[in-house]
Design a protein around this ligand. Structure first.
Ligand code: ZN
Length: 130
């Protein structure tokens, strides 16, 4: 009996691995870079910046900066659903590159707001809160 269970698990694993996107993270990135050149994305970005013309991270730190980048709050990592439907925030180039560097290293931004709490919803501190 335990043998049958183990086999079922193996089959389950095999199925998800072959059906899922087999693309490595690098390939996924390449595909998603293409999305930035579509009219659909340009419209989405323009709407985000029209609705929120100021940098969200500067704002939380009591600063006012014009935003020029529509940034995904949760990194999409080549995931179409997250890319097109994930929450966006407006960022200035300075905050965007700072956030990117932090995300590449740690998976989240360590930037803190005026209250001293991390701003990034992906920060472990915020993940535990509801
Ligand atoms: Zn900023």
């Amino acid at each position: 009996m335990p043998r049958a269970c183990a086999q079922a698990v193996d089959q389950e694993k095999g199925r998800t691995e072959t059906e899922g996107q087999e693309a490595t993270e690098g390939e996924g990135e390449a595909v998603s870079h293409h999305w930035y050149h579509t009219t659909r994305w340009r419209k989405r970005r323009a709407r985000q910046l029209a609705d929120h013309p100021l940098c969200a991270m500067c704002e939380k730190q009591g600063k006012v900066s014009a935003a020029s980048i529509a940034d995904h709050v949760e990194p999409h990592k080549g995931n179409a659903e997250k890319f097109w439907n994930g929450e966006l925030q407006s960022l200035c180039p300075t905050c965007h590159s700072a956030r990117k560097q932090m995300q590449e290293k740690h998976g989240y931004s360590a930037a803190c707001g005026v209250d001293g709490l991390p701003l990034d919803p992906n920060h472990p501190f915020n993940k535990g809160r509801s």
